[in-house]
Ligand binder design. Structure first.
Ligand SMILES: *Cc1c(COP(=O)(O)O)cnc(C)c1O
Length: 394
């Protein structure tokens, strides 16, 4: 793939839309906002059903959605990409498609909470068992492993304390035990990390985050290495029904064209902010894979092109000080989500990770006073000033 596509990933993003409209040559992919497609004859309709070629019905295939899928597969260096209505539709389709009753899953303990919760609370009803462990230490994966383990699902860096799992070691271990490795790559995007290159079998993204980037659309994707597995997952997706709408695909294609620019600007800002916060007297601890005191700093440098734009911090004074900081910030938006062009700030214990018990949060290293910053593309000086003034108030 690399050899016949010699362009840099940032160039591929800018040209994500080239060549989609053969009829009029529109530079930007049109929104094929149709639920169904007219067959010119019964014979042609029959041919499309028999071969899967051409278009039948939007839940099965749609030209706008397909353009997004082709681009995402190319960016992640996968064989096929399957666009979904949300990131969680991608995760649940993957679970449905890869697992059967009696199977066991090992996953990252602090991963995006619903990815863990549906496994623990819903798939357990169908006799799929799971264990969620700190996957930044291979020893924990070894200990949790069972003969029935069929899937290792890691999020790295893991939301919200940004522990990093060793992608190559995870892939080798899973494969040596007859299992698959799936990676939630939402936090870094394909610009900074490409898990398939390290041996992962499936990559998941919430496109709602960096790829769309403008806080105005939801979406998800599964990117798959093996063509047969992709075809099987496609059948599951189509019949479960979590497919993407064409208008949504168009918005995300628009976001995708500036993905590399946004990721690079927000990461540049995050590096400055992490350095500033780690020297601040009111800050007890900063979690950022780009800081040399991060436990997986070296590993992160080896497997990712950069540490990304997510920073977590614990303000001195615990829960109340964290709340005071959040309420004082003016430019940072108090909102969940991440990877937006705007800087967002949230409190995991009361927001994104409130579905976990305090014990589960403690076991995953999520302090009750932890604050999570998703750094955006504003001017760094403005963000630093907002933080500086707000830290005075806590
Ligand atoms: C947001 C998110 C998801 C879920 O995506 P939705 O688009 O909200 O369904 C999954 N994983 C990670 C890491 C996320 O940040």
């Amino acid at each position: 793939m690399e050899s016949d596509r010699p362009y840099d990933i940032s160039t591929l993003c800018v040209h994500a839309d080239d060549g989609a409209d053969e009829q009029y040559g529109a530079l930007v992919t049109p929104i094929f906002q149709t639920s169904t497609f007219r067959f010119p004859s019964v014979e042609e309709g029959a041919r499309r059903f028999a071969t899967g070629e051409g278009y039948i019905y939007t839940r099965l295939k749609n030209p706008t959605v397909r353009q997004l899928e082709l681009n995402l597969a190319r960016l992640e260096k996968g064989t096929a990409a399957l666009a979904t209505a949300t990131g969680m539709a991608a995760v649940s389709t993957m679970y449905f498609g890869l697992l059967s009753a009696g199977d066991h899953v090992v996953g990252t303990d602090g991963m995006y909470a619903p990815s863990r919760l549906i496994m623990e609370r819903e798939f357990s009803r169908f006799s799929v068992a799971c264990d969620f462990v700190d996957t930044s230490d291979m020893e924990n994966i070894r200990k949790a492993w069972k003969p029935a383990t069929k899937l290792l699902f890691v999020e790295t860096p893991a939301n919200p304390v940004l522990k990093v799992a060793d992608l190559k070691a995870c892939a080798d271990f899973a494969h040596a035990h007859g299992a698959l490795l799936a990676v939630d790559n939402t936090l870094l995007s394909p610009i900074l990390q490409q898990p398939l290159l390290f041996g992962a079998d499936v990559v998941v993204h919430s496109l709602t985050k960096h790829v769309n980037g403008h806080s105005d659309a939801l979406g998800g994707v599964l990117i798959v290495r093996d063509a047969e597995r992709a075809a099987r997952l496609r059948k599951v997706l189509i019949n479960l029904g979590g497919t993407m709408d064409p208008h949504q695909a168009w918005l995300i294609l628009r976001g995708l064209r500036t993905l590399a620019l946004r990721v690079s600007k927000s990461q540049e800002n995050a590096r400055r902010i992490a350095a500033y916060l780690s020297g601040h007297p009111k800050v007890e601890r900063v979690f950022y894979p780009g800081l040399p005191d991060h436990p997986q700093f070296e590993l992160s440098r080896r497997q990712a092109k950069g540490p990304g734009s997510m920073i977590s911090l614990i303000v001195k004074g615990g829960y109340n000080a964290g709340v005071a900081l959040l309420n004082a910030l003016k430019l940072h938006v108090l909102a969940v989500s991440l990877g937006s062009i705007e800087s967002l700030v949230q409190h995991p214990a009361s927001m994104t990770h409130s579905g976990m018990t305090p014990q589960e949060r403690a076991a995953s290293g999520i302090d009750e006073g932890l604050v999570r910053l998703s750094v955006g593309c504003e001017e760094a000086e403005d963000l630093l000033k907002d933080l500086e003034e707000s830290l005075k108030k806590c």
